[in-house]
Design a protein around this ligand. Structure first.
Ligand code: FAQ
Length: 328
């Protein structure tokens, strides 16, 4: 059976058979690969999610990147520099994964810059002190791990494989964030207060990273049926809370939620409701730093145009120099 990718005209009436094969592959928990036939909705959903994910990694370089020149020591500067560089790498793997679905990277970047594609709400909050660098590592990378470890089993091969490496690096980032906070908590009263203040500001936005609640998440049901997503937004949010509470106790900080308590019967923590109106406002562009983040991204894109042009010209020259029919 021909299961390679075909346009609707090329499938020549074979689409029901191809669909059956696709459904059976998903049901067997096997991977869909770039050359396989896939429903257009599956392709569109993946491009949407992977592009948003890639944009998040690239925009996500900004909040912490602002502290590279102000890091308190050479060691902290080197660690932060490496982390921000890792995020650029994650963006690149993800854009490559989107390209395997036929997306064009320049087009995806254009959509981000024109505000037609989203990036994670979390990166629209300001980093007010160096403790924010630690809290981003602990909460934001921690939330990213909860959300992304299941994506290593996502049904689309290139996305799942990109996530394996990304998750390893995110785990490292989380530990460096926690280690920074541990160090600050052993320091002066002012340092402990900086940590608590950062925890207070980042807790609720971190819970919002997981997306709207399940009954307001239009994409979840289909994405879970296709095994792109393996767990619902609320399920992953609950896991994050259960994972983070004991870490907060060990660190000696208070999570800013009066409703947070262990529920013996459920074997999970009960917690308060995030401000969903705030999430919607931030997603729509009205968060504290949306304009600043987009402006910085647009400027970087414009200032980088000469690099792209030079690379394209170099590639064209190289292609012209190579003898016809040469295999690279
Ligand atoms: N922010 O129906 P759902 C990181 C949108 S990477 C903005 O539930 P879905 C690494 C959603 O796109 C962080 N928009 O959607 C790092 C949809 O809009 P659309 C990024 C959001 O896709 C660490 C609409 O709302 N991670 O942190 C948000 O099933 C430290 C309805 O929502 C990923 O992208 C939000 N928080 O579930 C870097 C992981 N939530 O497209 C630097 C992969 C929802 O229909 C420093 N993505 N929306 O117009 C996912 O797992 C999913 O896409 C969700 C959303 C869970 C984010």
């Amino acid at each position: 059976m021909n299961t390679t990718r075909s346009s609707p005209a090329e499938t020549d009436g074979a689409e029901p058979v191809l669909q059956q094969h696709f459904d059976a592959t998903i049901a067997r928990d096997q991977r869909i690969e770039p050359r396989d036939w896939m429903p257009e909705g599956y392709r569109r959903t993946l491009i949407r999610q992977i592009a948003q994910h890639a944009h998040s990694e690239i925009i996500g370089m900004q909040p912490e990147g602002e502290w590279i020149t102000r890091a308190p020591s050479l060691r902290r500067k080197a660690i932060l520099f490496a982390k921000v560089q890792d995020e650029a790498g994650h963006g690149l793997y993800l854009y490559s994964a989107a390209e395997t679905l036929g997306a064009d990277r320049a087009d995806l970047t254009g959509r981000l810059i024109e505000g037609r594609q989203k990036y994670s709400s979390i990166f629209n909050y300001p980093t007010l002190s160096f403790a924010d660098v630690g809290v981003i590592g602990w909460f934001v990378d921690g939330a990213a791990i909860c959300n992304q470890v299941p994506l290593c089993r996502s049904s689309y091969g290139p996305y799942a494989r990109a996530m394996v490496r990304i998750c390893k690096e995110e785990s490292f980032h989380q530990r460096q964030g926690y280690e920074l906070l541990m160090t600050m908590m052993r320091g002066t009263r002012e340092q402990r207060e900086m940590v608590q203040d950062a925890v207070n500001r980042w807790w609720w936005p971190s819970l919002m990273m997981f997306g709207p609640p399940d009954d307001a998440s239009p994409n979840s049901a289909q994405s879970m049926a296709w095994k792109i997503k393996r767990h619902s937004n609320d399920e992953l949010r609950r896991r994050f809370v259960d994972m983070t509470v004991p870490q907060a106790e060990k660190l000696g900080v208070t999570l800013p939620d009066p409703e947070l308590r262990w529920n013996e019967e459920r074997g999970h923590h009960d917690f308060g409701t995030p401000d969903w109106d705030e999430l919607m406002r931030v997603i729509k562009g009205d968060g504290p730093c949306n304009d600043q983040r987009m402006e910085r991204r647009r400027t970087a894109h414009e200032e980088g145009s000469w690099v792209r042009e030079a690379a394209t010209a170099h590639a064209a020259k190289q292609a012209a120099r190579e003898p016809k029919g040469a295999v690279a």
